[in-house]
Write a protein that binds this ligand. Sequence first.
Ligand SMILES: Cc1cc2nc3c(=O)[nH]c(=O)nc-3n(C[C@H](O)[C@H](O)[C@H](O)COP(=O)(O)O)c2cc1C
Length: 166
Amino acid sequence: MDAILKRRSVRRYTDKEVSEDLIKKIIEAGMNAPSAGNQQPWHFLIMKNKKTLEDASGCSPHAHALKDAAAGILLCGDLSLEKHKDYWVQDCSACAENMLLEVAELSLGAVWLGVYPRQDRVDYLKKYFALPEQVIPFAIISIGYPADEIKVTNRYNVTRLHYEKW
Ligand SMILES: Cc1cc2nc3c(=O)[nH]c(=O)nc-3n(C[C@H](O)[C@H](O)[C@H](O)COP(=O)(O)O)c2cc1C
């Protein structure tokens, strides 16, 4: 619960760089996510270059956090790695959450920037990064050291529980 509650979307960062070692840990957390039949249909495109981060933020009106981030990870699903059709979205979602939890554990900050299924964002990133046909950009994880304190709140909501029948 500590790691889960510590994870909150962080969209403002300090100028401090995030080391390769920490990026590797975040991706390692993602790669250890559950996936349908353990198919692991993911690829990770790492962005650290300022210009690349700025350009990639142009994929969506809601991706401004990426402009000031120390790094970004474009998480992609590779349809050619699917053994269980159409489960890649759920696999990549679990992968993204694992990365966010590791970010929180490392006292870094991050936000999940939605890409798939918005076709304009998918097309933009596919073209910009020259992704192969079968590789679909799924989400961008924007990462840096948090500029503000992270407030911990708990959203447990008893009205969403249903026992035995609705
Ligand atoms: C599928 C998905 C897409 C999201 N897309 C964006 C986005 O494009 N831009 C953004 O700033 N935050 C985005 N978020 C972050 C949510 O706004 C955030 O998780 C939500 O407001 C709850 O706040 P918390 O993450 O601090 O708990 C996205 C989150 C998810 C799960």
